[in-house]
Design a protein around this ligand. Structure first.
Ligand code: NAP
Ligand code: NAG
Length: 381
């Protein structure tokens, strides 16, 4: 049998998505071997520490060590606990040594092997490492939206070698949103409009209030179903949707920042997290918003329309908020927590290209990241 092509990688962030990725790497070993590929994990970091294989050229984390990392992190322990059982195979670096070590690995493996830096953190601090890794010839794969939604300067650096960056899971988790847009754009078909429901939580909320249920009850139900962040205002603010919209807008060539996006929050400033506790917001704040939303739902339905919380990207405009849309459109038919994206271009002018499916979850997100990693293999011999 031919030798397997090896893709070395460093994982930053070992939460729900990062651990699922490591598990999927282990469970896909024979599948990947059949494809002629072997993923070689040489480093894993969390917010405080970094574990690295003892020799990044010749060694890698074996599957036992990868499982142990997942077990430790699921237990909320620190990666530095690893040293006890696996002392010979890996080294732990903390705080101040962490960045230097990451850059050292990047310069050792970047140009020659296309080492992949995989960002499954939720931090805005990884952008510095990632931009430097790109300069050192590394590939980068992101589930984390923050590096791509900071300044234009950082964005330009990250995408300066387009073949070496993949970020499918930042928008719609595993759904092929970025890949589809890239195919359309690179064929010279101009995309002139994107409308998307890119929050599972807000998709669920809007389709429930459409049935006449009060917003306050719907949000409480969504929270108890585990659809929302611990503080549902993190979803209701629209900020997460705005980050996804910014990633799409920049992909279409718009040179804008997050503060140039008009974002409609579903709660007023005086009910913000600095002013009201989560409990107060749910019990006394939210019910005050029921009538207004109910009224908007009724008005829309008189026009044969429904309300959806969407991003709209068109011309030089990028907005995020509630829109009235035809009941009988892909977005209008949306029920529940699926994500839906309508793409209009020259080739898809009357009937849009529609991408729909689960847009969140550790497994789908990790699957998108894994597919991104496999996608870069052809760059290296
Ligand atoms: N879950 C989904 O459905 C979904 C869908 C699409 C995209 N995403 C994105 O995927 C990313 C991961 O999501 P998640 O749910 O797995 O988050 P999570 O459970 O909060 O995990 C975040 C991980 O990142 C680590 N971390 C924090 N700062 C770091 C830094 N500076 N360097 C390296 N690691 C750092 C944390 O370390 P500690 O363990 O030390 O705290 C933690 O292990 C997020 O950006 C999220 O927006 C998630
Ligand atoms: C994702 O993983 C986290 C951490 O293990 C867990 O708390 C959460 O319930 C998972 N989410 C889903 C949708 O499975």
């Amino acid at each position: 049998m031919a030798t397997l092509k090896k893709i070395p990688l460093v994982l930053m962030g070992c939460g729900g998505v990062g651990r699922q990725l490591l598990q999927n790497i282990v469970s896909c070993r024979s599948l990947h071997a059949n494809l002629g590929v072997h993923l070689r994990v040489v480093g894993v970091s969390d917010s405080k520490s970094l574990v690295v294989a003892s020799d990044v050229f010749t060694k890698e984390f074996n599957d036992n060590l990868l499982s142990e990392i997942c077990r430790l992190k699921a237990d909320h322990s620190s990666l530095s606990m690893l040293i006890s059982g696996f002392g010979g195979e890996c080294q732990v670096f903390l705080d101040s040594d962490l960045r230097g070590k990451l850059l050292e690995i990047a310069s050792l493996l970047g140009i020659s092997t296309g080492l992949a830096f995989v960002d499954c953190s939720a931090s805005s601090e990884t952008v510095e490492i990632l931009t430097q890794a790109v300069d050192l010839g590394c590939c980068i794969v992101l589930a984390n939206k923050k590096p791509l939604t900071s300044t234009m300067e950082d964005y330009d650096k990250l995408v300066s070698r387009p073949r070496r960056i993949r970020y499918e899971s930042t928008v719609g988790a595993g759904l092929p949103v970025i890949a589809s847009l890239n195919r359309i754009l690179s064929s010279g078909d101009p995309v002139h409009r994107i409308v998307g429901s890119l929050s599972g939580t807000l998709g669920y909320v809007m389709s429930e209030v459409e049935d006449g249920k009060p917003l306050s009850q719907v949000v409480k139900a969504a929270k108890s179903l585990g659809y929302t962040e611990p503080d549902p205002r993190d979803d209701l603010s629209g900020m997460d949707v705005a980050r996804k919209a910014l990633i799409l807008a920049r992909l279409l060539g718009m040179r804008i920042n997050i503060d140039s996006i008009k974002i409609e929050s579903l709660y007023p400033e005086e009910m913000g997290p600095n002013i009201m506790s989560v409990e107060d917001f749910l019990s006394t704040g939210l019910p005050l918003l029921d009538n207004d939303i109910g009224e908007r739902v009724r008005k829309a339905s008189l026009n044969g329309n429904v309300l959806r919380y969407v991003c709209v990207i068109e011309g030089s405009r990028c907005t995020v908020g509630i829109q009235e849309l035809p009941k009988n459109s892909p977005l209008g038919r949306l029920r529940g927590s699926d994500n839906v994206l309508e793409i209009y271009s020259r080739c898809y002018s009357e009937q849009p290209l529609v991408i729909q499916g689960a847009g969140a979850g550790n497994d789908t997100t990790a699957a998108g990241v894994l597919a991104d990693i496999l996608d870069i293999q052809d760059l290296f011999p």
